[in-house]
Write a protein that binds this ligand. Sequence first.
Ligand code: ADP
Ligand code: PAZ
Ligand code: K
Length: 261
Amino acid sequence: MSKSHWLALMIGNSRLHWAWFIEEVLQFAWDTEYLPVSVVQNLASCQNITDFSRKILAPGAINITLPPIYLASVVPQATIIWQTYPNLHEITLDQVPLQGVYPTLGIDRALALWGAGATWGFPALVIDAGTALTFTGANSDRTLVGGAILPGVRLQFQSLGERTAALPVVSTPKSLPPRWALNTPESIQSGVIYTLMAGIKDFVCDWWQAFPRSCVAITGGDRALLLNYFQAQYPDIAAKLTSEPHLIFQGIRCYWVSRGE
Ligand SMILES: Nc1ncnc2c1ncn2[C@@H]1O[C@H](COP(=O)(O)OP(=O)(O)O)[C@@H](O)[C@H]1O
Ligand SMILES: CC(C)(COP(=O)(O)O)[C@@H](O)C(=O)NCCC(=O)O
Ligand SMILES: [K+]
C-alpha cells in the first residue's frame, strides 16, 4: 500500500504555517504570507479538482492528485477561502481530547497543548509566542487549567508606535537591550522586553508551584528570540523551557493518528 502524504495548514493571525507529512512523520515545515487576493479569487472560481490543479497547482497539467489538507485556523475570514479546496479536513475544538475547554478557546492553543502533552506528558504548559502571546495549561487529567492572552512581541511595538504621536515603531532587538535606556527607541525596547520577560517568568513560576514537574514548552514565531533573552537574563528558567517550533503540528499529527487514517 502506498504511504499517505498530507499537508497540515495552521492559519495564524500573521501568516500561514504549513507542514508536509508522510504518514505520521513530519517531513518539512514552512511559513507563507497570506495569499494575494488574485490567487484567492482564482481559487474560489475553481469548480472541481481538475479545474483546481489546472488553475492553481500546475497550469497545463491534468489529473494531479491533491494531497489532503488538515486545516486549523484562528482567522475565520481566511478559513472561508480554504473551504473551496476539494480535499480539506477542518479540525475543530470538539475533536481535541482535552477536558474543560471553553467554546471560544483558540484551536491553535488546544492543538499545541495536545501536542505537548502527547510528547512530554501531562501536566503541560504551552507558551505560544505568536501574534498574540498565550499561556495554555492542562493538568494530569488532561483538563484545561486555564491560560492567558497578551499582545505578542511585534504587536506590542506596532501598537505603541501606531497609537502615539511621538513614538516610532521600533524593531525587535535581536539581543537583550539595556534596561535603563537613554533614548526613545531603546526605552521602548526595554519597556516591552523586560516587562514581557518578567511576565512570562511570573506565569511559569506560578505554574511550577502548582505542577513542579510539568513540562513548559515554548513555540511560535518569537520562540527563539524569547529564549535568547531568557538565556541572558534568567538562564535557570531558560534551561527548564522546552523549545519546539512545531508544537501545533504535533497536535495536528495526533489528530491525524486519532482518525486512524
Ligand atoms: N515574516 C514574519 N511575519 C510575521 N511575523 C514574523 C515574521 N518573522 C518573524 N516573525 C515574528 O513572529 C511573530 C508572529 O508569530 P507567528 O507564530 O508567525 O504568528 P501567528 O501564528 O499568529 O501567525 C511576530 O511577533 C514576529 O516577531
Ligand atoms: C489568542 C489567539 C489570537 C492566538 O492566535 P495567534 O497569535 O497564534 O495568531 C487565538 O488563539 C485565538 O483567537 N483565540 C481565541 C480566544 C481564546 O483562546 O480564548
Ligand atoms: K479580533
